[in-house]
Design a protein around this ligand. Structure first.
Ligand code: COA
Length: 151
């Protein structure tokens, strides 16, 4: 949470202590949200996290977020594999979401490529939405729809 490459396009990070991290994890458990660790099958190494939070139970959509905190494992297809598993779960009879959505800074090419490869489509663009080191950046809104609701 303090590595500038990893948090470059995130809303949070840069000021984490172990205490702050512990408090965050306690809150995650208390809030009963969908939040997973991503581990390698080979040696169980923890390489990232993925969440659906918040979930809107009236309109049946949830906000997706991913962070692969071990950058030595980037570019190996792990974010894609984990994301597909999580979206399949969200669209299964267990969770039954209609739609999964997200926001991504327009300069975050790796994340946008990942989302496009999984099947997310563009829904809109918030202009100059976040402050960046060069000025302001746009934020893209993207979404993927549960095909079961299209019938
Ligand atoms: C964005 C992020 C999750 C990608 O994780 P990853 O494990 O490296 O992604 P994958 O290896 O699963 O790649 C998935 C697809 O995206 C593409 N991709 C990934 N990084 C890319 C890059 N830098 N440039 C172009 N394409 C890229 C891959 O080619 C792959 O497509 P393919 O299946 O056709 O080969 C990771 O870089 C990350 O955690 N970044 C920091 C946190 C962050 O920005 N999170 C997103 C906030 S919105």
């Amino acid at each position: 949470m303090n590595d500038s490459d990893i948090i470059a396009f995130l809303e949070t990070g840069g000021d984490y202590t172990l205490e702050k991290l512990e408090n965050f994890l306690k809150k995650v458990e208390e809030d009963n949200i969908l939040f997973w660790a991503i581990h390698l099958k080979s040696d169980n190494k923890h390489i990232g996290n993925i969440k659906i939070d918040p979930i809107n139970t009236k309109h049946l959509y949830g906000e997706y977020g991913i962070m692969m905190g071990d950058k030595t494992e980037w570019g190996k297809g792990y974010a894609k594999e984990a994301s597909i598993a999580v979206i399949d779960y969200c669209f299964s009879d267990i969770i039954n979401l209609r739609k999964v959505n997200l926001g991504v800074v327009s300069k975050n090419v790796a994340a946008i490529k990942l989302y496009e490869k999984i099947g997310f489509i563009n829904e809109g663009r918030f202009i100059n939405h976040v402050i960046s080191k060069d000025g302001y950046d746009d934020v893209l809104r993207m979404a993927i729809f549960n095909p079961a609701y299209e019938k």
